[in-house]
Design a protein around this ligand. Structure first.
Ligand code: BYC
Length: 316
């Protein structure tokens, strides 16, 4: 079949909501787009462990510590499903790690901000995991099978994370004035970076049109950002917390909240590697990779030994 005919057949499948699986024919650009998005997503999960990991040793109680360790472990699991999903497209894990460690690969801008107080852990759970769910629930219907299936479990766990973040903030908001101020200060710092997680506006998003046509994305960046704002305003009222945007206002005509201007210079500055913690995050990832060398070597040696024993008929 000619390339154009193959592409038409491929698009027909997508339009008919038939999932694309690893062995199916796919346009090279579809493969590349998915490798880009899934690997960036995997890197985000892994780097996302760092700002929260910062508070494991200082969590205010045993219960909080257990919850936080479990959450950070969940993020590692998400990274593993996602690296595995990306591998089905023909890229290997080492290449992806090298792209991350060298600073070549992108990961979510949000993880380049510092976690200064315990309330930041609540803010990340409520806002960052909240934004992640908004973006990731539609990805459960992504046209590429392995990515869509990985997202189902990820979303269930992210919902749980969002609840625990909300509960941390609720506890602080029911506490002393100092605790209330700490929670408010965390929201003041995390609100705008969370809004940036959805990516540039639709007019400035070079990948959205094609990704929507291929049903990798089901909503545009701006559509998801708006859904996020609408949900957060109501939840903020329950918490008794103020979202730091004087332009937040219900718009009867649109049926949505209007919101203020996002600082896109700040966003691109962080994406380009100049955010408050970019260098620290990459340094930590590189050290973890180097320190884990002996574990990878031991695992390889063990599997080679087992394969040799199996070949010699010594193990089942
Ligand atoms: N940060 O054309 P666009 C999580 C890049 S949650 C950095 O709109 P696309 C977690 C974009 O990659 C976070 N870069 O792109 C939560 C592109 O650059 P390239 C991870 C960003 O792909 C809690 C350029 O800007 N979630 O993991 O159509 C705890 C133009 O953008 C950002 C995902 O990755 C950003 N915020 O749409 C722990 C979800 N936004 O590649 C962990 C899956 C945009 O052309 N990804 N860029 O050089 C997606 O849904 C989409 O990739 C995006 C961007 C909506 C993020």
């Amino acid at each position: 079949m000619k390339e154009a005919d193959l592409e038409q057949k491929f698009q027909d499948k997508i339009d008919a909501e038939i999932r694309i699986e690893p062995r199916d024919w796919m346009p090279e650009k579809y493969r590349k787009t998915l490798i880009r998005q899934i690997s960036q997503h995997a890197h985000s999960e892994i780097v996302g462990m760092l700002p929260e990991g910062n508070w494991i040793s200082r969590a205010p109680s045993l219960k909080r510590k257990v919850g936080l360790i479990a959450k950070v472990q969940d993020e590692a699991g998400h990274g593993l499903y996602l690296y595995s999903a990306a591998e089905t497209l023909g890229i290997d894990r080492d290449t992806m790690f090298q792209q991350l460690n060298s600073g070549k690969a992108k990961y979510s801008s949000i993880f380049n901000y510092p976690t200064i107080t315990w309330a930041d852990i609540g803010a990340i759970g409520w806002l960052v995991d909240g934004a992640a769910i908004m973006n990731q629930v539609p990805l459960c219907r992504c046209s590429y099978g392995p990515y869509a299936r990985a997202m189902v479990r990820v979303c269930k766990e992210e919902s749980f994370h969002q609840r625990q973040g909300f509960e941390i903030l609720m506890t602080l908001m029911n506490g002393s004035q100092e605790q209330k101020d700490m929670a408010q200060n965390a929201i003041d710092r995390w609100w705008w970076p969370s809004m940036m997680m959805f990516g540039p506006t639709d007019d400035d998003s070079p990948n959205t049109v094609q990704s929507m046509k291929w049903k990798i994305k089901r909503y545009t960046n701006d559509e998801l950002r708006q859904k996020f704002v609408d949900v957060c305003v109501d939840q903020a009222k329950v918490l008794g917390i103020t979202l730091p945007d004087p332009d937040l206002k219900w718009n009867e005509e649109r049926g949505h909240y209007d919101f203020g201007k996002i600082n896109w210079d700040e966003f691109w500055n962080v994406v380009k590697g100049n955010g408050p913690c970019n260098k620290q995050r990459l340094k930590t990832r590189n050290e973890a990779y180097d320190n884990g060398k002996w574990v990878r070597e031991a695992a390889m040696a063990y599997s080679e030994k087992r394969a040799a024993r199996k070949a010699a008929g010594k193990v089942a």
